[in-house]
Write a protein that binds this ligand. Structure first.
Ligand SMILES: [Zn+2]
Length: 138
């Protein structure tokens, strides 16, 4: 049976201590992810999450940075888990252009991040939708 298995989308990951100069834009914390796929009897979509954290942070500053990045992680998990049903449906119909799905997924993640940043007065990132049509309805 053709099915899609999505891994790396449950639970929280530990923070990874990283010098601030190694965190993009010299920020104090950073939530990020990579995706890869494996296609044999099943189509596997594998997410690897990372939460980079400046290890010199202490007290409230550290708590605030971790809480901010956990919000990004929670938003990511919501979007990633929402892929299961439409991906299963699409895969039953035929082959899935997973690269296109991931382009739209990345767009959605940045859109969600930008909405959060606007709400808290943080800077936003440029985000353009992919030129090919979205393969599913979110
Ligand atoms: Zn943020």
């Amino acid at each position: 049976m053709r099915r899609v298995v999505i891994t790396g989308v449950h639970g929280k990951i530990p923070t990874t201590p990283t010098p601030r100069e190694n965190i993009p834009n010299g920020r104090a914390g950073w939530f990020t992810y990579e995706d890869s796929k494996d296609e044999r009897d099943t189509l596997s979509l594998i997410f690897k999450r990372k939460l980079l954290l400046d290890p010199t942070l202490r007290g409230k500053e550290q708590d605030d940075v971790v809480a901010h990045e956990r919000r990004h992680e929670t938003d990511f998990l919501g979007l990633a888990n929402a892929l299961q049903r439409p991906l299963d449906a699409a895969y039953k119909q035929g082959d899935v252009d997973l690269d296109l799905w991931m382009k739209w997924f990345d767009y959605d993640v940045v859109a969600k991040s930008n909405a959060f940043h606007i709400a808290v007065g943080a800077p936003t990132d440029l985000n353009f939708p992919p030129s090919d049509p979205r393969p599913w309805k979110p």
